[in-house]
Unconditional design. Sequence first.
Lengths: 110, 114
Amino acid sequence: GIQVEQSPPDLILQEGANSTLRCNFSDSVNNLQWFHQNPWGQLINLFYIPSGTKQNGRLSATTVATERYSLLYISSSQTTDSGVYFCAPRRGGGADGLTFGKGTHLIIQP
Amino acid sequence: SQTIHQWPATLVQPVGSPLSLECTVEGTSNPNLYWYRQAAGRGLQLLFYSVGIGQISSEVPQNLSASRPQDRQFILSSKKLLLSDSGFYLCAWSPRNRDNYGYTFGSGTRLTVV
């Protein structure tokens, strides 16, 4: 299956700071999602982004499929951004599920 | 709009007892359905997926089984729980035959086996 590496594994920032989270994957993909897992465990879909760039408020994401990586940008961090961020690509061509990385644990301090 | 429901939210079960977790999807037909587990630590592991009623694919050998008795219902079961079955179980769905569409997850069931 696809190998997924996320970096950094842990990140502690002050409120207002910007951050970049990286996801490297080992195979070509036709589906990639970024999720935020909140303290209650809920997985919240941030972006569906198999290629290109998308923006949603303070968050944006870029996937360069040919180079097998994706980046998640968080600007002007807020304490509510704390949690674990997962990258999850899928090769496609069937119904098999997403493969998750180990996540980046983000803590935003006030 | 589509919604996905999981229950119960939390469960504490003794070793050796049976398990049944249920997941239902509303507002769509013929979904692909998935069960994931998140053990201690952060990673999510795909356990089972289903493309239709009675069709189950298992990703890893384990003490668990899955069934899909109805189009929008997915059940995770065990006959005898082990301590290692503790974890956070998440159900997800995606549209059938649409690779270019995201997956949506339920709110999860936190299982503790004691």
